[in-house]
Ligand binder design. Structure first.
Ligand code: CTP
Length: 401
C-alpha cells in the first residue's frame, strides 16, 4: 500500500485510451489511494461514470452544477484536497486548455486550482502529437512545472503506427508513487552531459562522422533533469531535441568544439556523463574549397583529437563524479576497465555491439556498469529511458544521496 492516505485526482478526457484510465484507477486504489475522478464531457463518451464511481467508491465529478438542486462542485476545495493530480489520458484539446487557462470544464478549473504536483499522460494520433501546437503546449506545461509522461510508440487507434499511445497504467502508477515520495534527489546539483556524434570537416561539403543518434545521452539528460538537476547538454549534430526546462543544450559540431564547451561547463558542475561518440581523429587540413573529382586516390591525413573524458578526469576535484561510456565489439570488459583507469572515471557504462538491441540508433540498450571500486553490475535489455534511470540511480548512489 504505497499510496496510503494519499488523495489523488484522476482527470480523464475524451480519448480511446480512457479505458486504460480504468486500469490506472484500479491500481491507484489498490495501493491505498483515495481517488476522485474528474472527467470531461467528451471523456464520458468513452467510459461510463458508473464504472469509475464503482471502482473509486466516489461519485464521478464532471459538471460544475448538481442537477438543478442548487448544489455545485467546488473545484477550489478539490484542488486543495489533492496530494497529486494525474490527467490520463490527456487529449490535444485538454493540453491546449491547460496550457492556456481555458477553464470551460470541471477538469480545467480543478487543474487551475490545484497546488499539488500534476502529471500529464498525453494520448493521441501521431500527427496530432507531433504538431507544433501540441508540442508547444507540452513545453508550456513543463515550464509550469508539470511532469509529462511521454507517450509510447506503437499501434494507434487510427490504425497508424507511431508515437502517441498513452503510457501503460503500471508505468504511470510508478511515476505517481515516485513523485509523491519526493524522489527529486538531485535538486541544486548540476551536470554536464555530452551526446551524439561529432562531424569532422574534410572540406565545405564533406565530413567524417559516426552513427551515434544521441538517444542515450538525451535520455540521461532528461532523467537527471527529472531528478531536479540543472543540465548542460553539449550535443553533436542529432535529429532529436531535449524537452525539460532544466536542460540547456549547447549545439556543437566538431570534437574540438565539444571539447571547448565541455571543459568550460565542467568547472561549474557536480559531475559529467560522457555519452558522446567523439571522433578520435580529425582531418589535418580542412580545405575551404570543395575537392574535385579527377585525381586518382585521395589521401586524407588525420590527426588525433583531444580526449574530453580524460581531460575532465584530470580536472576532476572534490566530489565531482565522472561517468564514461564504452561501446565495444571485442574484449569488452577488459577494454572498459582500461578506459575507466586511463580516463580517471568513477564508473564506466559498457555496452557491446554484439548484444542485440544495444548500441546506436535503437531505442533499447543493454549495459554493464563497472565502478572504480571494481564492482560490476549487469542490467537486462531495456528501453533507453529505463537505462538512463539506472545510470542516474547509480550516480545518486555514488554521491551518497
Ligand atoms: N571520449 C571523449 N573524448 C574523446 C573520445 C572519447 O570524451 N575524444 C569519451 C566518450 O564519450 C566515452 C569514453 O570517452 O565516454 C570512451 O570512448 P571510446 O570512443 O570508447 O574510447 P576511446 O578512448 O576513443 O577508445 P577507442 O580507441 O576504443 O575508440
Amino acid at each position: 500500500m504505497r499510496l496510503k492516505d494519499k488523495n489523488i485526482i484522476l482527470g480523464i478526457t475524451g480519448s480511446i485510451a480512457a479505458y486504460k484510465a480504468v486500469m490506472l484507477l484500479r491500481l491507484l486504489v489498490k495501493e491505498g489511494a483515495s481517488v476522485q475522478v474528474v472527467i470531461t464531457p467528451a471523456g464520458k463518451e468513452f467510459i461510463t461514470p458508473v464504472t469509475l464511481s464503482a471502482l473509486s467508491g466516489k461519485p464521478v465529478i464532471s459538471d460544475f452544477f448538481g442537477s438543478n438542486d442548487g448544489t455545485w462542485n467546488s473545484h477550489v476545495d478539490l484542488g486543495l484536497w489533492a496530494d497529486l493530480m494525474v490527467v490520463a489520458p490527456a487529449t490535444a484539446s485538454t493540453l491546449g486548455k491547460m496550457a492556456n487557462g481555458i477553464a470551460d470544464n470541471m477538469l480545467i478549473t480543478t487543474y487551475l486550482s490545484a497546488k499539488c504536483p500534476v502529471l500529464v499522460a498525453p494520448a493521441m494520433d501521431l500527427d496530432m502529437f507531433a504538431h507544433p501546437s501540441t508540442q508547444r503546449n507540452l513545453q508550456i506545461l513543463r515550464e509550469y512545472g508539470n511532469s509529462i509522461i511521454e507517450p509510447a510508440s506503437g499501434e494507434l487507434a487510427s490504425g497508424l503506427e507511431g508515437k502517441g499511445r498513452m503510457e501503460e497504467p503500471g508505468h504511470i502508477l510508478e511515476q505517481v508513487i515516485q513523485t509523491l515520495a519526493g524522489k527529486k534527489k538531485l535538486l541544486n546539483f548540476s551536470f554536464l552531459v555530452t551526446a551524439g556524434p561529432t562531424y569532422e570537416k574534410i572540406d565545405p561539403v564533406r565530413f567524417i562522422g559516426n552513427y551515434s543518434s544521441g538517444k542515450m545521452g538525451y535520455a540521461i539528460a532528461e532523467e537527471l533533469a527529472e531528478q531536479g538537476a540543472r543540465v548542460v547538454l553539449v550535443s553533436g549534430p542529432v535529429s532529436i531535441s531535449a524537452h525539460h526546462p532544466n536542460i540547456k543544450v549547447l549545439r556543437v559540431e566538431s570534437a574540438n568544439e565539444m571539447y571547448e564547451q565541455s571543459v568550460k561547463a565542467f568547472q561549474e558542475c557536480d559531475g559529467a556523463v560522457m555519452c558522446a561518440a567523439v571522433a578520435d581523429f580529425t582531418p589535418a587540413d580542412k580545405t575551404t574549397v570543395k575537392t574535385k573529382r579527377g585525381k586518382e586516390n585521395w589521401m586524407i591525413e588525420l590527426t588525433p583529437t583531444q580526449d574530453i573524458a580524460a581531460t575532465l578526469g584530470k580536472m576532476k576535484a572534490g566530489k565531482q563524479v565522472l561517468v564514461g561510456f564504452a561501446l565495444e565489439t571485442n574484449n569488452e570488459l577488459a577494454n572498459a576497465v582500461s578506459k575507466l583507469k586511463k580516463k580517471n572515471l568513477d564508473f564506466i557504462v559498457l555496452n557491446s555491439l554484439n548484444d542485440q538491441g544495444a548500441g546506436f540508433s535503437v531505442d533499447t540498450n543493454k549495459i554493464t556498469i563497472v565502478g572504480k571500486d571494481n564492482k560490476i553490475t549487469n542490467f537486462e535489455l531495456k528501453p533507453k529511458k529505463e537505462v538512463a534511470a539506472d545510470i542516474v540511480a547509480k550516480i545518486i548512489e555514488w554521491k551518497g544521496l
